[in-house]
Design a protein around this ligand. Structure first.
Ligand code: SAH
Length: 277
């Protein structure tokens, strides 16, 4: 082990197929100007791109429609053992990620940002945390319009609070449950955001129709075979009448939303009242 921190790994055009050689390809990929970029500060850089390297997000990563850079928190650890955590002030169970270690990693991420874009770029700093605001489609749309994001993945009991206030990090949650680390939440955020970047999905129309884009859950979907275990596809979908099909889908979306998500339904009604007045 040397004393020089390991360089950040950047993933983009040159990366990534599941194979025996990908690690080498992930290092020192030059920044692609104007391309949405996720920087992930993590103790487990080898977990990335993971699923993000598959299917549509993986193809888009290879095609340079977005970029992924992991920053290994361990590289900024203290001493021979590269310690990153310590016991909580005031006592209690578990360990907390140190402010100085995490601060150094954030500085490294933001230094890279500034030199790469020349402007510093608009990359919100987000700490994945159960205390954060819940992830929503609206947040993903906002993030997709930024230049990228810098994500902090916590571990153990979390991170020293002073880092969050010093950098003004936003906290964002995957849901009301506790994960062992922020990496899975970071991947969910990146996946949901990257698919909104133009060109990433084959069929752009599908983002306009799917769940949440109009504040409603999506209508049911069917495909072949026309009959399966005694169940047929609703006649209207087989009718070829596009107007009737659209009306049916809309009614289904409204009924589902009203039944399953009264909160979304109320917000939907309120929006429509506003539009009417
Ligand atoms: N002691 C903390 C939980 C720590 S869990 C608490 O009670 O709030 C360890 C790490 O997992 C956190 O630092 C955070 O980065 C991540 N994490 C856990 N649950 C999460 C969630 N619901 N959303 C996003 N990140 C989460």
């Amino acid at each position: 082990m040397t004393d020089t921190p390991k360089p950040a790994r950047a993933l983009g055009r040159k990366a990534i197929r599941p194979s025996l050689v990908p690690r080498a390809l992930m290092t020192d990929v030059p920044d692609l100007h104007g391309v949405w970029k996720a920087q992930v500060i993590t103790l487990f850089p080898a977990a990335f791109p993971g699923l993000l390297g598959e299917s549509l997000t993986g193809k888009a990563l290879q095609d340079g429609l977005w970029q992924l850079e992991t920053l290994d928190l361990r590289a900024h650890g203290i001493g021979r053992h590269r310690n990153v955590d310590d016991t909580p002030a005031g006592g209690g169970a578990g360990m907390v990620l140190r402010a100085d270690v995490l601060g150094a990693a954030i500085d490294a991420a933001q230094a890279g940002t500034a030199s790469a874009t020349g402007s510093g770029g608009n990359r919100p700093l987000i700490y994945l945390s159960p205390r954060g605001r819940p992830m929503t489609q609206a947040l993903m749309q906002t993030l997709a319009r930024a230049d990228g994001v810098t994500l902090i993945c916590g571990r153990f009991e979390g991170v020293d609070e002073r880092v969050l206030s010093h950098y003004g990090a936003q906290e964002v949650s995957l849901g009301d449950f506790v994960l062992t680390g922020g990496e899975i939440a970071a991947m969910a955020l990146i996946d949901a955001t990257v698919r909104l970047i133009p060109g990433v999905l084959g069929n752009q129309a599908s983002t306009a129709e799917e769940s949440f884009s109009d504040g409603l859950l999506e209508h049911p979907q069917y495909t072949r075979p026309a009959e399966w275990r005694g169940q047929t596809i609703p006649d209207v979908l087989m009718s070829g009448h596009h107007g009737e099909i659209a009306k049916w889908r809309r009614a289904q979306a409204e009924a589902l939303t009203r039944a399953r998500r009264p909160d979304l339904w109320r917000a939907h009604l309120a929006r429509h009242d506003d539009n009417d007045t």
